[in-house]
Design a protein around this ligand. Structure first.
Ligand code: PLP
Ligand code: SF4
Length: 350
């Protein structure tokens, strides 16, 4: 959303700086946009007319987990608002340096559920394939912020082992492409992977967990749409929106195109203090999701990862928020409140 207070010419300057569209008629392709992420917090803060001191920005937190965000997403942040819910998802803050008991580096103990590198088989019937370590954003609350991605680097050779594992276990019905962000890889890599999955007879569903429809709507290009549309399996895409303001008309269009190819759109959010921990924010998010053709799926309790304790919302408060959503929304717009625990056979519903 464009800040209400901005005038026309100011607004044009803002958009041009965010997208670096020079000349204005030229629109970079998604690959170029992905190569031109905002990684310097000082540049982002300057674009938003904020001072580091106003926000709690910390260089040490940046060194711990680098900043990353697309210019398209940053363009929806409000100028001059240090508490902007989109900004707070990406800006490294001093609060991340607090050491809080109970918070660890690998809260889901994922390093113990890796049957082959890059594959997690934790739940009945579903495997999670780490397609890439890359994301177009670094979410400050990410439970994988300390994950040993270097050992899970994708390569076609690495995928072979995972594909063999999936093909040989007929109890697997669903492959979940995750990461990192599976849509951060090229269409030709994705084409290769999807064509290999397409011919595994026991697979019923292919699911992608991705933030790219929100971060880089241009990623939903005609080639991707035909790859997904041609799959013999049902395709589910779970986008990860945490706040209604992550949507704009471009995101709506990307969702529309996906739906037109038969992709089922779901959303999962993380309940985050200071970002979406109010009845109004959560109700507005559900309404906005449905307007875009997306059904709310999960509302996750924060994974207790080092550096994210300041985002935690206590369980009683979370339950009260869900209660308020139930009172104000049709049942299908109320997400399931869940917590993920290591060594459990499914997510725990609260
Ligand atoms: C969350 C998760 C899944 C999918 O669980 P659903 O409840 O089907 O969404 C699968 N594997 C792993 C490792 C997960 O963390
Ligand atoms: S998109 Fe997902 S994996 Fe990537 S940083 Fe955000 S939460 Fe983590």
């Amino acid at each position: 959303m464009i800040p209400v207070a901005m005038g026309g010419s100011q607004m044009a300057d803002y958009n041009a700086a965010m997208l670096r569209t020079i000349p204005l008629s030229y629109r970079p392709g998604w690959q170029e946009q992905l190569a031109d992420l905002l990684t310097d917090p000082l540049e982002l803060l300057e674009l938003l007319q904020l001072t580091p001191a106003a926000t709690g920005y910390s260089l040490a937190a940046l060194k711990d987990f680098p900043m990353r965000v697309t210019r398209a997403y940053a363009g929806r942040m409000r100028k001059g608002d240090a508490r902007d819910p989109l900004l707070l998802q990406v800006l490294p803050l001093a609060a991340e340096l607090q050491v809080v008991p109970g918070y660890v580096n690998d809260p889901l103990a994922e390093s113990t559920t890796n049957p082959v590198p890059g594959l997690l088989h934790k739940y009945q019937g579903r495997v999670l394939l780490i397609t890439t370590q890359n994301c177009a954003i670094h979410c400050r609350y990410c439970f994988r912020r300390h994950f040993p991605y270097a050992d899970n680097r994708p390569s076609r050779a690495g995928w072979e082992q995972s594909l063999d594992y999936i093909a040989s276990d007929t109890t697997i019905e669903e492959v979940i492409l995750s990461g990192g962000d599976p849509l951060a890889i090229s269409n030709s890599h994705l084409d290769y992977l999807l064509k290999r999955l397409a011919v595994i007879p026991h697979l019923r569903r292919i699911r992608l967990h991705t933030r790219l429809p929100l971060l880089l709507p241009d990623r939903i290009d005609p080639t991707l749409l035909s790859l997904l549309g041609e799959l013999p399996q049902q395709v589910v895409m779970v986008i990860h929106a945490n706040h209604a303001r992550e949507f704009d008309s471009e995101v709506d269009l990307a969702c529309q195109r996906l739906r037109a190819c038969g992709v089922h759109l779901l959303n999962q959010s993380v309940l985050l203090a200071g970002i979406n921990d109010s009845t109004d924010a959560l109700i507005e998010l559900s309404q906005r999701l449905f307007a875009a053709g997306v059904l709310p799926y999960y509302l996750h309790m924060l994974d207790k990862v080092n550096g994210a304790a300041h985002f935690d919302v206590p369980e009683p408060e979370a339950l009260a928020l869900i209660g308020a959503m139930q009172a104000g929304l049709p049942g299908y717009l109320v997400p399931k409140l869940v917590r993920e625990l290591p060594h459990e056979r499914h997510k725990i519903m609260l």
